[in-house]
Ligand binder design. Sequence first.
Ligand code: MSP
Length: 652
Amino acid sequence: MIELKKFYITTPIYYVNDVPHIGHAYTTIASDILARWNRILGKKVFFLTGLDENSAKTVQAARERGFADIKKYTDEMAKKWAHAWKILNISNDDFIRTTEPRHRKNVIKFFKGVYKKGDIYKGKYEGLYCDDCEAFLTESDMVDGRCPLHKKEPRHIIEDNYFFRLSKYQGKILKLYEKNKGCILPESRMNEVLSFIRAGVKDISISRPKKEWGIQLPIDKNHVIWVWFDALINYLLPEKFWPADLHVMAKDILRFHCIIWPGMLLSAGYRLPKRYFVHGFMTINGQKISKSLGNAIDPVSLAEKYSADALRYFLFRELPFGADGDFSEESLLERRNSELADNFSNLFYRATYFTEKNFHGKVPKPGRIGKEERGLQKAAKKAVNEYSRCMEKYDLSNALKIAMNLSSETNKYFQGKKPWETIKTKKSDCATTLYTAINTLRIISTLLYPYMPYSSEKALELLNAKQARFKDLSKFTIKPGQKIKAEILFKKMEKSEEEKQSKLNLKIGTIISVEDHPDAEKLYVIHVDLGSETRQIVAGLKANYKKEELEGKQVVMVTNLEPKELRGIESQGMLLAAEPGIILSPGEKVENGTNLLGFNYDRLISFKEFQDNDIHVIGGHDQAVLCNGKKLKAQNILISPERPVKNGAKVL
Ligand code: MSP
C-alpha cells in the first residue's frame, strides 16, 4: 500500500485566561480551512489546537474571579474554548491543554534532553519583564518605556534563573533560513526574522522562581519552567506526525516560534518544522482587539447570528490573509447578502428549483453543447487549477475569490441563456443550460467546502453528489437522470430596527486639558485621551464647570461625527452632556477608548444624523441614560450624568 502523504498543522495554543475572540477565531479558522483542503487532497491530516494554561496570568485571572482551585478555573475556561471551536465547525484532531499529564511528560523529557546536551546553565537575570507577554523585553523592544503590545511598563526583575544557550544555535538557524527562504511566509516575515538573528541572539532565561503553578524543573524544585519553553513543546504531541508541516500564527509571536523554537529543537535533537505562516493582526473599527477595551467581538454570537459558514467566509473574503485588516459587522452583513445570498445561493436555488419544477427533479440530458458551455467548463477547470495553486501558497483570500468568481460567471451564463424562455421555445437548450449550471455548481460547492463546510456539504447532498475530494474536481460528474433537490442555502438578512438606529460610535475618554476658546466666550477647547488617540473638542460647558473641575474626568464621546470648525477651532467629535450641560460619566473608572456596548458604528455621520437618535436621562436618584431605548453601558458599567439632572433630560 502506498503511504499517504501527511499534513500536520497547528494553531498557537491560546492563553486559557482569555475568552476566544474574533482574532483567535481567525487563526483557528484559517488552519481549519487548510486542514480541510488537505483532506480533500487525500492527505493524512493531523490538526492540533489547544490551550496554554501554565502562565502566571492564569493564576491571577483565577483569583480575580474568586476561584481558589486554579485547575477548576482552567477547566471552566477550557469548556468555553471547546464550545467556540465546535460552533465554528473546527475539525481539529486533538485539543491539547498544557496542564495535562501527557504534555507535562513531554516537557520533562524535552528539558532533560536539552540539559544533557549541556545547553542549560544557572545565572542571574536582571531585566524588564512584561507579564502580559510572559517575556523579557529589551530597551529597543519598548516604546516610551512601555511594552508596545500591552501598553504597560514592564517590571524590573533580578532573579536566579536557568538559561538556555540559544546563542549557540544562532549560526545554524540563520544558515537554515538562508538556504530555505520559503520556510517562513510571507517573505516580509522571513526578512524580519533574518534581521533579528543577524542582530545577534542572546541566551534566554527559561525558568522562573517557583510559585504554585507551572511545571517544575526536573533539576531544581525551586523553579518552574518558563511558560513559553513549556508551551512550544505542545507541538510535539502527535509524535508520529512530527515535524509539523505548518505552524500558523500571527506576527505577535513570530520570534518565539521562528527563533527560540528551532533553537530548542536543535538542542533536543528533533527535526525542525517545515514551514510557518505568519498572518497579520485584525483590528475592530481600526482599534486593537482587547478585552480591556471591551471590543473583543465574540465569534460565537456572530456565528449564531449570521451562521458559522457566513462568518468563516467573510473573514477570508474581506481580509487578505497575511496582511493586517479591519473587521466590521456591517461589512459581514453586506457580503453575506450580496455574495452568499444573491450570488451563490440564488444561483443554486434557481438551477435546482427549475430542474425540480420542469424535469421532475432529475438532471436533464443536455442537448447541443455550444461555445458558452465549453467556455464555462474551461473556466471551471482554470478556476480549480488556480485555486489549488493559491492554496499551496496559503493564499486563502484569493482562492476564495476564485471560487466566487466562478459562481458569478455561472450566474452570468445562466442569466444569458434564459432557461425560463427556452423551456417554452427549445427544451433541449434549456436542458443544456441546467446540466451545465448544475455541474459547475458541484465544482463551486466543493471549492467552498474548506471555507463553508456546512453549506458545502448541504449543497453536495442536495445535488446527490459525493463528498468533496480533489479527484475529478473539475470534471462534470453529475450525469443526466441524477435526482437532485432544491433548497435556499442563504436567505437574505435584514438589519434589526435597533441596528438601523444606532449609527453612533460612543467611547469613554479622559479629559486631559481644558482651555478657554480664544474667540468664543462660552466655549472650552478640551483635549480627550481615547487610549489610542487624543481628540480636540470644542464644547459649551462653561456655565456648569470650571476648568479644573473637568480635568481628569471620564466622559462619553461621540467619535464618529464629521469634524467641524467652531469659531476657527476644529472640534473632532462631541462630548455627550445632559441638559443643562452636565457631562455623562461611567460609574467606575473604565479604560480610555472603551466602546459603549452596541455603539461601535464605523462610519462618519453628520450632525443631522446624530440628531436622529433619541438620547435622554431616566430615573430620579440612580440615573441612567437611554439611547434609542438602550441603556448606555461600558463593559456593564452604567453611564449616568455626573451630577443629577431632571428625569427625562435630553442628552446631546
Ligand atoms: N499562548 C501563546 C501562544 C503559545 S503557542 C506555543 C499566545 N497566546 S494568545 O492567546 O495570545 O494567542 C496569540 C495568537 O492569537 C496570535 O498569534 C494569533 O494567532 C491570534 N490572535 C490574537 N489576536 C489576534 C488579532 N487581533 N488578529 C489576528 N490574530 C489574533 O500568544
